[in-house]
Every structure is written in structure tokens, then in C-alpha cells.
Design a protein around this ligand. Structure first.
Ligand code: 11G
Length: 648
């Protein structure tokens, strides 16, 4: 093996990277040296990423880059005081040096901050320093409809109704206030964590002027230009309606109505209103599109008329879309009124009897939102929380050498060489671990009262297992770690997991997390010797180079199951580790604090503070009594991280 020269200050990765059992190859390009844990060299929180409001003194930590747009670079930003996450637009002063450029930005700010509507991106605040202007906006964790469209290409008609109703609500509000958006497109429809649509980007918005006073040109390149705008007759509310029709067409048909390979040809098609309606659309959808995409603006329906069209009135609109619909076709079978969960809950909430209940549509909508909110936030089933299958006990290891030579490296051949066990449904997957921890954490934080201090801690569980050292060498081999029991292990890039027991006498090998082989260390089969070499190397490296990460006492390795690392993720601020026994550990680089979330009924939260003091709490206690800001912020960060990773 090559000698290893570590970075003295490993680089923090700006984007989360993860490795899951069974996933593909290393995502990083080119060889890089491993990053190591807390021998004083964990990646530090980068102080150049702190943004300070010179007036209020508040600071924000600039997180990952969300994208670039216009003059701005956009990032996630966390208020270091409250933990609130924003999407921030950072506009270099150099890009708005000319008075008209600055004027344009200030106008956009003035307009956006005056808008307050459920389906319009919330403008929080803005400030500037010598280098930049910062605009803090509502963070929409599911990005935009453009991302959903990219993954799905076409949406179901009920989904299109769901999104368009929200766009129309926002647009009605704007038009009533005499504001035109002028750049309605999928990328400006942002989607929040709970799948609500928020209209954003008011960079091209303008006040509605009488026909003869309208500006005839538009700066920028709006996406769904109406024919009258191309013909320089000015942009009216009907031109926003046209764009809305183009959005509807794109979502239902998979591509924009006037898309061609050549922009000039596209403009020609728009001016001539030349497009085709695919036959698979419902007749209501075809009819509505045909009325919206009319050449003469005044012939187009108003927003109210659109909502009265049979496409909306006769077709089912779900009250809520499941988050999985961002990437896969959802099952949107309309609930049958007699049997639905909704009916059951409304009946139990309001005591109405079947057939006698008459709920007004608006009330029904509110109720079903309430119910789906409840489902999303509280009634989250802890489905597969079974214990992982018992691994082989160290003492039992009694390999019997095969008499015949089976296929090299196949699980069958390994089974013949060592003691093996196999399971399937009993094993926890990374997704289950994330979901279950997410549920418990979400409930804990959602109902937690404010408090200054943590409640009295419990005794830290005797056999709490946690990672005391780690090395990321995933550009070559994998992720190595040492547990508090002194067991060392590697999660290889290809997904296999190999561990060396704390007494260094037994090797455990898991080609997948449902298969387990164990061997005495001197009887490991030939085909696993390479991986054993890497494991030994990691073990020796951690023994010699790394200090233990915390004050928790080492625990003796028990004869029970030892958890496998299922997945690891590095963000710019923390390392997240998911284990097969349901434990989730998060190491914060900046101050070496750690959170260890273990056991689900109830969830135990162990916090290793800056001063290395370790305290364990039951999540329901924190939920009832509150906790310190130090702990609350970190729990919120873990919640955010798990939400992002689980895609819920
Ligand atoms: O306006 C945005 N919002 C509300 C938003 C923009 C800009 C901050 N974006 C993205 C960032 C890159 C391109 C557009 C957002 N991203 C995530 N949440 C909210």
C-alpha cells in the first residue's frame, strides 16, 4: 500500500456526499488523500462563510450553493442564532456598480418585500456590506417545478391542477395589486418541504400600466413569451395568462408548446400560434389549453374563468401531493368519500355521521390539508423498527474449510469457509433508519417549549456504541471507523463491510447488509485478504494517528450484534453516520460536538458538548421541557439533514 500523507487541514466539502451500501463508485474525480477525524484536523467551519449583518449584528452561515441566477449566486444560509434556514441571493457590489443596475435590484427588493401571500416566496430581509448585497428569502427545500419536471417529464392531470391552482392564487393576488410577473416559468415555481408551491423571482415584474403607456420591450429573456410581447405591443395580464398556458402545456405534454431547435423558428411558431395538442390529453385539458393559447390577448380567459373551466371543476385536485411525486408517478386515486381516512378523521373530529355530513368544499379542503399535515408531522408510522438480525457471536466462530473449491468470492464459497448467517426483511435499511429518526426528531422539535437549559440528564447508557475515530479514504478504498467498543471497520466503496473485533481475533464480513460471515483472523479466505489488508491498515492508522473523539468511556464489545455502518454523508458542517441498529451519529466539525441518536422507543439523544461533557436525554423529556439553544440548533440541523437525505 502507498504511504499516506494527510492534509494538515482537510478541505470541507461544499456539497453533501454519501455512500450507501450497494451504491456505485466514488463520485469524486481524481485521487485524493483521506480526510481524518479529530486528531485536531477535522475540517473546520470556514470563517469566510460567515455573513454578518453590519446593522443587526446577526450572523449567517453560508451553506451549499443552490445555483446562479442573473447577477446573484444563491446559497442556503443558516441564522447562527435561531438555526432558521434561508435561501440567500448574494449579489456582488461590482455587478451593480452602475446606478441603473443598482436601481433595478432595489426596485425588485421594494416590490418583493411588499408582497404577502401564501403562494408567493416570503421575502425575509436584506442588507449589504462592502462586498455584496444579500437578499434573504424563504427556503424551498424541494427546489422548483423545473426540477420536478426534469425528473418526471410529464405530470398527471390531478398534479397539474394541484400546482396550477396555487400559481393562479398567487397570480390573482399580483394582478389585483396591479403587478405583472412577466416571467412565469417552471423554474420560478418553488416547492417547499411540504410540497406547497411559492411563486418567486420578481426580477422582470412590472406595474400594470394602461395599454398605451406600457413599455414595449422587456429586458432579459422571459421563457414563455406571448405573441403580443414578441410583436412589441406590450405585456398585459393576458400575457401572464399565456405563459400560464405554456406552463400547463409543458407539464402535461413533457415539452414547451413552441419548442424547436431554432429560436427564430420558435418565435415564428409563437407569432402564428402554431402548436399541436397530443391526443392523449383529456378533452377538458385540450379545450382549456386551446382557449388560453389564443393569439388575441382579449380572447383568452381570465384567471377566474380558468378556475371555472371543467378541467378544474370536473377533475380531481389532491389536497396534498406526496413528496415522492417529485421523482416518481404518485398514486393519486381519489379517496372514496365513504371509506377514506379523511372521512374517518373528520367524523371523529366533528362527530358527523356518514351521509348526514355536508362539508362545504372550502371547509373540506382545509380539513384535508389539516389531516395531511397531521399525517406528515405526527402520525408517522414507525413501521419496520425490528431489531437487526443477530450477528454471529464471536465465541461461536468455527470455520469449516470447504473440501471442494467453490466459485471464488461467491457468498456460497464464503459460507463454506466461515460461519454465516443471512437475513432479509429483519435488517434495517438506511432509509428506515432515517425515516424513523426523522419522525421522532420532528415530533420532539415541533412541540418543544422554549427553554434556556437542558433538563437533568439520564445516566448515559452503558453499552452506547458510537464512532470514536474515523478516516475518509473513499477516493481509494472506503470509510474506516472505530467504535467505542474498539471494534474497527471499513465500509468499502463497493458496499461491502468488514470489521475486526475489539480483541482483534475475529473478522466479520458483510458483502451486503443482509449477509454475514465471520472468520478467525488467521483463517480469513484468500479472496478477502485484500480487504483485510485495507482494514488492518485503517486500524493501524487510527491507532497511531488519531485521538479518541470524546470522553465517553470505551465499552466492552458485547456478544450481541454489532451494528454495521449503512451510510455516511459529509456536508460542509457535519459528518452523518447511519447504523444498522438505528443509531444516527452526527459529528460537527466546527467545535467537535457530537449527537448520538439511539433507540426509538423512546429516542435517546446523547450530546457530547464542546467541553466533552456527555449527557443523554430522552426525546420525550426534551419535547416536554425544552433544551438549550446549543442543543436545539444541532437537533434542528440533524432534522434538516435527514429530511434532505430522505427526500420526505
Ligand atoms: O428565489 C429563489 N428562492 C426563493 C429559492 C431562488 C434564489 C434564492 N432559489 C434558487 C437558487 C438557485 C436558483 C433559484 C431558491 N432555491 C431554494 N429555495 C428558495
Amino acid at each position: 500500500m502507498e504511504p499516506v500523507a494527510f492534509f494538515s487541514q482537510p478541505l470541507a466539502s461544499p456539497e453533501p456526499r454519501s455512500r450507501a451500501l450497494g451504491t456505485g463508485s466514488d463520485s469524486r474525480a481524481g485521487p485524493r488523500e483521506p480526510e481524518r477525524s479529530r486528531s485536531g484536523a477535522e475540517p473546520l467551519l470556514d470563517p469566510t462563510r460567515l455573513i454578518r449583518d453590519p446593522q443587526s449584528g446577526r450572523t449567517y452561515y453560508r451553506g451549499r450553493l443552490l445555483g446562479k441566477g442573473g447577477f446573484a449566486r444563491c446559497y442556503e444560509a443558516t441564522d447562527t442564532g435561531s438555526g432558521h434556514i434561508y435561501a440567500v441571493k448574494v449579489i456582488p457590489q461590482s455587478r451593480v456598480a452602475k446606478p441603473h443596475q443598482r436601481e433595478k435590484i432595489l426596485q425588485e427588493i421594494a416590490l418583493h418585500r411588499s408582497l404577502h401571500h401564501r403562494h408567493i416566496v416570503h421575502f425575509s430581509h436584506h442588507f449589504e456590506d462592502e462586498g455584496n448585497i444579500y437578499i434573504f428569502l424563504e427556503h424551498c427545500s424541494r427546489k422548483s417545478l423545473a426540477h420536478i419536471w426534469k425528473a418526471r417529464h410529464t405530470l398527471l392531470e390531478p398534479e397539474v391542477r394541484y400546482y396550477l391552482r396555487q400559481v393562479i392564487a398567487a397570480l390573482c393576488y399580483l394582478h389585483q395589486r396591479g403587478v405583472l410577473h412577466r416571467d412565469l416559468k417552471l423554474g420560478n415555481f418553488f416547492i417547499t418541504e411540504n410540497m406547497e408551491l411559492k411563486l418567486g423571482d420578481f426580477g422582470l415584474a412590472a406595474r400594470l400600466e394602461p395599454q398605451d403607456q406600457r413599455k414595449k420591450t422587456i429586458c432579459g429573456t422571459p421563457n414563455y413569451l406571448a405573441p403580443e410581447v414578441l410583436l412589441r405591443q406590450g405585456h398585459g395580464p393576458e400575457s401572464d395568462v399565456w405563459s400560464l398556458g405554456c406552463v400547463m402545456y409543458t407539464l402535461l405534454c413533457g415539452n414547451p408548446p413552441f419548442e424547436t431547435a431554432d429560436l427564430k423558428e420558435t418565435y415564428r411558431c409563437i407569432k402564428q400560434v402554431r402548436y399541436t395538442l397530443p391526443p392523449y390529453l383529456s378533452s377538458a385539458a385540450r379545450h382549456l389549453l386551446a382557449t388560453i393559447l389564443r393569439p388575441v390577448p382579449q380572447d383568452r380567459p381570465s384567471l377566474e374563468e380558468i378556475l371555472q373551466h371543467e378541467f378544474f371543476t370536473k377533475g380531481y385536485t389532491p389536497a396534498q401531493l406526496p413528496p415522492c411525486s417529485c421523482t416518481t408517478v404518485p398514486d393519486l386515486t381519489p379517496p372514496s368519500p365513504a371509506e377514506s381516512f379523511f372521512t374517518k378523521v373528520t367524523k371523529s373530529l366533528f362527530g358527523r355521521k356518514k351521509n348526514k355530513s355536508k362539508i362545504a368544499p372550502q371547509e373540506q379542503d382545509n380539513l384535508s390539508r389539516l389531516v395531511s399535515d397531521l399525517v406528515l408531522t405526527s402520525i408517522c408510522p414507525l413501521s419496520s423498527t425490528k431489531e437487526p438480525r443477530q450477528a454471529q457471536e464471536e465465541a461461536d466462530v468455527a470455520p469449516s474449510l470447504a473440501e471442494t473449491a467453490p466459485e471464488e468470492g461467491s457468498p456460497r464459497s464464503l459460507a463454506a469457509l466461515g460461519s454465516s448467517s443471512e437475513g432479509s426483511e429483519e435488517y434495517l435499511t438506511a432509509a428506515t433508519v432515517m425515516e424513523s429518526t426523522l419522525c421522532a426528531l420532528r415530533n420532539c422539535l415541533a412541540f418543544m417549549p422554549p427553554a434556556r437549559q437542558n433538563p437533568a440528564p439520564l445516566a448515559t447508557p452503558e453499552h452506547l456504541l458510537w464512532v470514536s475515530k474515523w478516516v475518509d479514504y473513499s477516493n481509494k478504498y472506503g470509510f474506516g471507523y472505530q467504535l467505542s467498543s474498539r471494534r474497527v471497520a471499513v465500509l468499502f466503496n463497493e458496499g461491502a463491510h468488514m470489521a475486526l473485533s475489539s480483541n482483534r481475533k475475529t473478522v466479520h464480513y458483510n458483502p451486503t447488509n443482509t449477509k454475514h460471515f465471520s472468520f478467525p483472523v488467521d483463517a480469513v479466505p484468500q479472496q478477502l485478504q485484500g480487504q483485510l489488508g485495507v482494514l488492518r491498515y485503517f486500524a493501524s492508522y487510527m491507532d497511531h494517528n488519531l485521538m479518541k473523539g470524546g470522553d465517553l468511556p470505551s465499552v466492552d464489545e458485547t456478544e450481541g450484534p454489532s451494528p454495521l455502518l449503512l451510510q455516511w454523508v459529509k456536508t460542509d458542517q457535519a459528518l452523518l453516520l447511519l447504523f444498522s441498529d438505528g443509531t444516527v451519529q452526527v459529528n460537527f466539525y466546527v467545535d467537535h460536538t457530537k449527537l448520538i441518536l439511539s433507540g426509538w422507543e423512546p429516542l435517546l439523544i446523547t450530546f457530547v458538548a464542546r467541553d466533552r461533557r456527555t449527557c443523554t436525554y430522552q426525546a420525550p423529556h426534551l419535547q416536554r421541557l425544552g433544551c438549550s439553544q446549543e442543543l436545539r440548533l444541532r437537533l434542528r440541523y440533524v432534522l434538516h439533514l435527514l429530511r434532505q437525505r430522505s427526500g420526505t
